[in-house]
Design a protein around this ligand. Structure first.
Ligand code: COA
Length: 344
């Protein structure tokens, strides 16, 4: 049985904000942001555009991709959407607090009437967790065949634009993949698709990346005057150290346990938080930096959307070839982390 990615898509808001544009408003500079993070720009959603809008657009692109490549018999995204059994969506910026799940709104926008829909909240590790969750649920029931895995974020809505150590990091966007289960009796064919996933968490760091207000621990109170938009609070140094550690460990473990030599690995697709985190992990692992695909220069950190956006860029540009061995690796609030080993 294989779980193959048969379509990829992304949705990037057209409004592009450069470092210089931020530097015109707050005390920072293009040079500082680039040298400390590798980020050059971010895209910001227009007012009124929510996570479900970007997520549904990215998912529609993933459906179209599978159709255009002749990997399905359905002829339109609407027709193909009806064959989707499951939507797993990750977002730190869901349309609504608590419920409804943003995946349900996406299900409605796509007309995916036969799909179950669920959200997961593991912040920036969301795509890695989502892919494993969807794959496991497809494998669990022979009637389920196709799933959409979506990461979608409008982080600009929970960013404190006056906090220079924080607001420079984030951007908006969505990425999606369509996965399909194939039952195969051919042993050799069993070597493609999602091969292995590592997932982990360290709840002792729950305060290091946090949106403090609104939940049952710290609810809004009647009559309360809100002075500031609730924003991401972060212990940058603690997150940095955690990130370098878990990226290093996760990659080393997958490569050792799955017996992967460096020359067999086509690409590592990391969560696009900070180029310095990737450089530090690459150095520890003695993996050349060129093996890591980086696009934070254009999009900044789009949390759970960053890996599927990168996958879509690579897929559409032809940089991923059939048979390529790739590893996704990421970390995020919770704290959470993980990695997927995929044979394209
Ligand atoms: N522009 C200019 N100066 C800035 C700045 C900015 N945007 N942000 C912070 N500074 C200043 C600080 O005020 C500090 O000045 P001081 O020495 O006079 O006090 C100096 O730069 C160093 O700040 P520091 O916070 O130590 O910088 P850093 O090298 O640790 O980099 C981060 C900060 C946020 C880039 C880094 O900690 C990081 O990337 N952490 C991981 C965050 C992350 O990835 N989060 C998302 C996880 S999914």
């Amino acid at each position: 049985m294989t779980i193959e990615i048969i379509g990829t898509g992304r949705s990037i808001p057209p409004r592009r904000v450069s470092n210089q544009e931020l530097a015109d408003r707050i005390d920072t500079s293009d040079e500082w942001i680039r040298s400390h993070t590798g980020i050059g720009n971010r895209h910001i959603a227009e007012e009124g555009v929510a996570a479900s809008d970007l997520g549904a657009d990215a998912a529609r692109e993933a459906l179209l991709c599978a159709i255009d490549r002749g990997l399905v018999t359905e002829k339109t995204p609407e027709e193909l959407a009806l064959t989707v059994d499951l939507i797993v969506l990750s977002s730190a910026t869901q349309d609504f607090f608590s419920h409804p799940a943003t995946s349900c709104i996406v299900q409605h926008l796509l007309g995916a009437k036969n799909a179950a829909a669920m959200d997961i909240t593991v912040a920036c590790s969301g795509f890695i967790y989502g892919l494993e969750t969807a794959a496991a649920m497809l494998k669990a029931d022979f009637r389920r065949k196709r799933a959409l895995v979506i990461g979608t974020e409008v982080l600009s809505r929970i960013t404190n634009w006056d906090d220079r150590s924080n607001c420079i990091l984030f951007g908006d966007g969505a990425g999606a993949v369509l996965i399909e289960k194939n039952d195969t009796s051919n042993q050799n064919a069993g070597q493609t698709g999602l091969l292995r996933t590592i997932l982990g968490s360290d709840g002792s760091g729950w305060e290091y990346l946090i949106l403090r207000r609104g939940g049952s621990r710290n609810p809004w109170k009647k009559g309360e005057v809100v002075e500031e938009v609730p924003a991401i609070a972060m212990n940058g140094q603690a997150v940095y150290n955690f990130a370098v550690g878990v990226i290093t460990e996760t990659l080393a473990r997958i490569m050792k346990e799955e017996n992967i030599a460096l020359e067999d690995l086509a690409l590592v697709i990391p969560h696009q938080a900070n180029a310095r985190i990737i450089q530090a992990a690459a150095k520890r692992l003695k993996i050349p930096e060129e093996k890591f695909y980086l696009n934070m220069e254009e999009y900044a950190n789009t949390s759970s959307a960053s890996i599927p956006i990168a996958l879509d860029e690579l897929n559409r540009s032809g940089k991923l070839k059939k048979g390529d061995l790739i590893i996704t690796v990421g970390f995020g609030g919770g704290l959470t982390y993980g990695g997927n080993l995929i044979r394209w």
